[in-house]
Design a protein around this ligand. Structure first.
Ligand SMILES: *[C@@H]1O[C@H](CO)[C@@H](O)[C@H](O)[C@H]1NC(C)=O
Length: 157
């Protein structure tokens, strides 16, 4: 079974930029942000906080999934429109909770909550996420992979 993938096109307006990052330069001279908390920890904690809120067991980090997510993120040529660290991007996904109606298992019309459903999917036991910094700017795209895969049409819990 292939992992479920969640991709976000980052909307900076949703979540304020993290004040707790420092700028460093990588080999290409592109400014990237060094998160004060490791990226894996940020993604994992933010996921597990949201899961605890609805009584779903926590995820564990899986570096194979992380590599999958990184490969996927590296292929994405679009969506580089805002810098967010792992905690902030997960928060923007969890934000979809307000639009999710558990009773009918649907997002409110005109609103997005699919990423939230993956964050709290009880089938998944493992998580791997990655971000990619754009060449032309310090903006990022983020990808998370979940295993075992979640059936997107089912209730997540
Ligand atoms: C990590 O996830 C992969 C799926 O991509 C799975 O095959 C593997 O068993 C997992 N590794 C561990 C240590 O659970």
């Amino acid at each position: 079974m292939s992992p479920s993938i969640c991709v976000t096109i980052l909307l900076l307006a949703l979540v304020p930029q993290s004040p707790a990052s420092a700028s460093i330069n990588n080999n290409n001279g592109v400014a990237v942000a060094a998160p004060s908390v490791p990226t894996a920890t940020q993604f994992l904690q933010a996921h597990n906080d949201a899961r605890r809120d609805v009584g779903v067991a926590p995820l564990e980090w899986n570096s194979t999934l992380e590599q999958d997510a990184q490969r996927y993120a590296d292929r994405l040529g679009i969506g580089c429109n805002g810098y967010q660290d792992g905690a902030a991007v997960t928060a923007s996904w969890v934000n979809g909770r307000r639009w999710y109606d558990y009773r009918v298992n649907a997002c409110a019309p005109g609103h997005e909550c699919g990423a939230y459903k993956l964050v709290v999917c009880s089938t998944a036991q493992e998580l791997g996420c990655a971000r990619r910094t754009c060449r032309s700017s310090p903006d990022t795209v983020a990808v998370c992979s979940y295993f075992p895969a979640c059936d997107y049409n089912d209730r997540p819990y």
